[in-house]
Design a protein around this ligand. Structure first.
Ligand SMILES: [Zn+2]
Ligand SMILES: [Zn+2]
Ligand SMILES: [Zn+2]
Length: 494
């Protein structure tokens, strides 16, 4: 029975009309066959049904846990593979932004950013995948005559014991195929994981999500007093720092200004279009650099008691530095509090931070672009190519940047870019056509080889950052709009 279909008002009214004419015993039997969403919907259709069902808190919890699995309320149901912690879709994807989970204390569906990692990623706490035992279960509502607490308690105990008996063999399978010795060895020996993952997936469908009724959001956990660890609670009223998801960010600017680049693209499509390749996907990066993940943190602002991602504060990147800062200087209000208190002072502060950061990234891109040119220059002056200096050095290097008195340590200017590109063509054909095979092999290796191959990518990245920097510098108010219009992690919406 689909919760989605039967929760529509028409369906519920139809249920009511046909149900209410039944004898009470049969009606109660019928009600136990509803799913948790339909049970509450049925109780809201008429007074008579409401009096029969008398929904309890538990029934509302069950309903909320069913709603978090429906796309229109809870967003996605991510699939998790415990063997290697693979997440589909990945944590940094757009789909995750609308991913919501039920808090069974405040009975709200809240953005995933309201929860710590354990509360949504552990086996018992994850959203159960479609078709799993937990996702398809019916209401555990019981007819009125069984509502004597002692009877209910016995029933609940018996049900739990039966469930556990069913789950036990699956727990053994799950652990064998997720963390067992075979799997661990397989990671080194490149075994075929297909059958292993299938067994683990079947076990997961029996076990996943069965502890979700214990889930509480960060805010409720704080009010309940779950955290009194000295490093987490700082100051009075306390600033609380809770570790959150580990995400791969497409751009370093995203750590402090999540969604800012996307905002700039939308605001100025004429001036700025997204780069064809994200800079963490360059071939020159090693694997661990390409997939470098950052930890997000959710922080309780001690002034407005709102929970936000660390990026919502003027903090630096690491937890350690955040904690250090708060201990040294006292609690720091969030961006929104600062903006409310003194809009113009706040604007100049965030503008200074953003333009400084954009300038630093642009500088890093410029260094990447210059790196190979410096090598070429030195090789022609006194290195491997010194014999070619008279014949080719001028043609390749007779260009504005080197005409300054101290040729090393020159700074890249936007105006050099087209000229450098022409010279790069000369350099490539010189290496291809003129150099002897031995010299070519000796020269074109390691980082220089990567530079020669990826030059156009670095150039594009530099031009892109140059434009981003210019946009921020020319239009300080754009950051104001960004903070006002964007709520990158959906924290204030629910
Ligand atoms: Zn809550
Ligand atoms: Zn490295
Ligand atoms: Zn605040």
């Amino acid at each position: 029975m689909s919760a989605e279909r039967s929760s529509s008002p028409e369906a519920a009214i139809a249920t009511d009309l046909s149900l209410i004419t039944l004898p009470v015993e049969i009606l109660c039997m019928t009600l136990t066959w509803l799913d948790p969403v339909s049970l509450i919907a049925a109780s809201q259709t008429s007074r008579s049904l409401r009096n029969i069902i008398k929904p309890t808190r538990n029934d509302f919890v069950q309903r909320l846990l069913a709603l978090e699995l429906l796309p229109e309320f809870g967003g996605i149901v991510p699939l998790f593979r415990a063997r290697d912690n693979a997440m589909t879709p990945p944590l940094h994807s757009r789909e995750w932004r609308r991913n919501k989970y039920a808090c069974c204390v405040c009975l709200k569906l809240r953005s995933h950013m309201w929860f710590d990692n354990h509360s949504i990623l552990r086996l018992g706490m994850r959203k159960p995948p479609p078709g799993s035992r937990e996702a398809t279960k019916l209401t555990d509502w019981e007819p009125l005559q069984l509502r004597d607490p002692a009877v209910r308690w016995r029933h609940a105990q018996r049900r739990a014991a039966e469930e556990e008996e069913l789950r036990q063999p699956n727990r053994v399978i799950y652990h064998r195929f997720c963390t067992g010795a075979d799997v661990m060895a397989g990671n080194y020996m490149r075994v075929n994981f297909g059958p292993i993952d299938q067994r683990a997936g079947e076990a997961e469908r029996m076990l996943c999500g069965t502890e979700r009724h214990k889930r509480a959001c960060n805010s409720c956990r704080f009010l309940r007093g779950d955290w009194n660890h000295a490093r987490l609670m700082i100051g009075s009223p306390p600033t609380v720092v809770i570790k959150s998801r580990h995400v791969v960010l497409p751009h370093i600017l995203e750590r402090k200004f999540p969604g800012l680049l996307e905002f700039l693209h939308e605001r100025h499509p004429d001036k700025l279009s997204p780069p064809k390749i994200q800079y963490n996907n360059w071939g020159g990066w090693q694997e661990h650099h390409r997939n470098k993940a950052w930890s997000l943190f959710t922080v309780r602002c001690s002034s407005c008691s709102q929970w936000q991602e660390l990026a919502g504060f003027g903090f630096s990147i690491s937890l350690w530095r955040t904690v250090h800062h708060v201990m040294a200087h006292g609690p720091v209000p969030c961006n929104k509090c600062l903006q409310r208190k003194d809009p113009s002072a706040w604007q100049s502060k965030i503008w200074a931070t953003a333009s400084k950061m954009a300038a630093e990234v642009r500088e890093a891109m410029a260094n990447r672009l210059i790196f190979g040119w410096d090598m070429v220059y030195n090789d022609f002056q006194q290195g491997k190519l010194v014999h070619y200096n008279a014949s080719f050095g001028d043609r390749i290097l007779c260009v504005s940047p080197w005409k300054v008195p101290t040729p090393t340590g020159w700074r890249l200017k936007d105006s050099f870019i087209p000229e450098l590109r022409v010279r790069l063509g000369y350099l490539r054909s010189f290496i291809r056509d003129t150099l002897t095979d031995e010299l070519r092999v000796e020269l074109v290796q390691s980082w220089f080889k990567v530079w020669l191959k990826e030059y156009e990518l670095y150039e594009e990245a530099y031009i892109y950052m140059s434009k981003v920097h210019a946009l921020i510098v020319d239009e300080p108010a754009i950051l104001d709009d960004y903070v006002r219009e964007r709520d990158p992690y959906g924290l204030s919406t629910s």
